[in-house]
Design a binder for this molecule. Sequence first.
Ligand code: BGC
Length: 759
Amino acid sequence: MLNLSVLTDPAFCPHSLNKFASVMACGNGYMGIRAAHEEDYTQQTRGMYLAGLYHRAGRNETSELVNLPDVMGIDIELDGNPFSLMSGECLSWQRELAFANGELTRSVVWRTPAGKRYRLESRRFASLDQLPLAALQLSITPLDEAGHILLKTGIDATQTNSGRQHLDEASVRVFDEHVMQGVYETQDRTSEVVITASCRLSMLSESCFTAKNRQILNHHALNVATGDTVTLEKVIWVTHRRDRALSQATFARNALAELTACATTGYTSLLERSARAWDRVWRDCRLTVTSSAPEDQIAMDYAVWHLTAMTPAHDERCSIAAKGLTGEGYKGHVFWDTEIFLLPFHLFSRPDVARGLLRYRWLNLSGAREKARRNGWPGALFPWESAASGQEETPEFAAINIRTGMRQKVASALAEHHIVADIAWAVVAYWQATQDDAFMRNEGLTLLIETATFWMGRATEANGRLEIHDVIGPDEYTEHVNNNAYTNYLAWHNVASAVAFMARFGREDPAFSQNATRFLTRLWLPRADEDGVIPQDDTFLSKPVIDLSRYKAHAGKQTILLDYSRAEVNEMQILKQADVVMLNYLLPERFTREQCAANLAFYEPRTIHDSSLSKAIHGIVAARCGDIASAYAFWRDGVAIDLGSDPHSSDEGIHAAATGAIWSGVVQGFAGLQVMEGELHLAPQLPAHWQTLAFPLRWRNARLRVAFDGETLNLDTSEPVTLTLWGKRIQVSGQQKFAAADFLTSVNGTATREGGDDA
Ligand code: BGC
């Protein structure tokens, strides 16, 4: 097994329970289980979610990722004392998520209020080998005197999404005197969930089952001698379905058979199998760094771990939620985060997974066509937020203003149309990295044509040219503007790509071509001023500037909205997140390094970074401009979004996009990976903290290994590859070494290690 890092929960703290429940959540892309403790705490939110299992509870609600019945909770009573670290004394504590095999472990020595010491050890995982499988073990050892132990665990369907019940109990049963099963249906009867769980104790106990109040529970009572250890092993199988091909009884019986086979195999072997599946992920995807800051490697392992745990690689009917499968933030909806922040990792590590994510959009085209049609536009207008069906899921109103009692409308669904071009950008990026003609000929071209058709209908004749009016760019603090640069350039790229790929695949259509040519020649692309600064939109530069330092000091908390209304923020030069800088990042061939640097210098002081999608992108553009010290500082700030000291930063789930950006910051920032005009570019530059960086990379049909020590780049490729290294085109086959000095002295104007390096 590879020598991977572990993520540590340093101490029991009631304030950070939910943060660690999110960042240490177990998952396998099919299900996610929050790392809530076995015992209850009033502040603690339990959660188990299945990718794609959404339910809309009422006509005025949007779909939510359903919080399933809990299987991880265990009521533990030691000599009549309920085990809780809020009472007695916690004498020792160790809690870790091991990235190598995905196992979450905790070891605690607890002194009961009556003064007796117990050791409690628990471990759990969600299997990457058998996706519906999760398992846990709890071991208890009385350390001072024999102890009387009561344990109660089962399937607890009292869970809700913040009070909202989505499931009705269809049946609960006990089979063979030790297997519990609950069958649940979403209240709209579209989905069925079957949870099957078996518990075994390593010692004889008095045992019984109860089923009432939406809980089916297995109770155990036993005495354990001093120094002896009793272990409870629980194996859980969670399935769901939307189709009704089988009868409910057969579906449930099949689940029972699967569970029984797993329970016979036992925790240790099941974990080994899952570890082997994780091993394959690490070999395909792991970034390795030698850094004087050990937390850098942890951050990289954390990112790859969650990027795998959040991605439904098994099912292209679902995509990645903004919080992955770790919490209920944003109701589990899918945003542009997937195509722009998460897809690059998959594209360059496991391209078939990237393909599945694009097929999710393709499968949901009818919802996008319908949204465009309802708004009077042709083509496909993808929803700003989507869930299972592909229809718009953005809530109509945001949180209530408690002073006025009024609800603020959410404008994103009405105007944040750049998602359409973002999806098209991802289609092109996928083809460039894979040259998967079969995909492009079918799903890819359809997506490109439908999205391009939308933009051609969306543009307006104004000022003697075509303009795009009334949009919101990535910067959501600036609403309803005309000619947002990001949107216009990406829309142009979308239409140009549709034309290019239609020609490439012999799908020209004269009417489309004519329309497209008109669009491409007449669409207004906001121009850079003499310094290189591109106006974010028509009015942005004429708005007043205010000092944002106090808000930037609390980036991510949206504190500006405590002092100003959204309408007021809209009338100032204030960015929530990267916008023009985002454009510089996505279309590198369109902008010079000087223009990128100018936009970074102009917009960064105006950007609060109130979105977790902001800093990492600034970091990548800074790295491309040669400012490695700032790039590293931005990257570390991006890492801190989930892994920093704020105890509440991730209560409602991890920030999936920021996790993708940890990977991107390394590969697209420090390793300088860019795709320009369809060509692969690398230009590694290491931050002063790092001595080496290595990672695997998929490009077309080649599997490469890239390793850089600050001076020499080692490339090892399974197939010959042509790429541009530090600005110079080279061919690589097999294993070859390249000295940075040979390139950097001969190339002017491309990446230079000296340029702003923090060494
Ligand atoms: C950001 C969006 C993002 C969404 C989900 C918002 O705060 O402004 O860009 O898509 O969060 O992550």
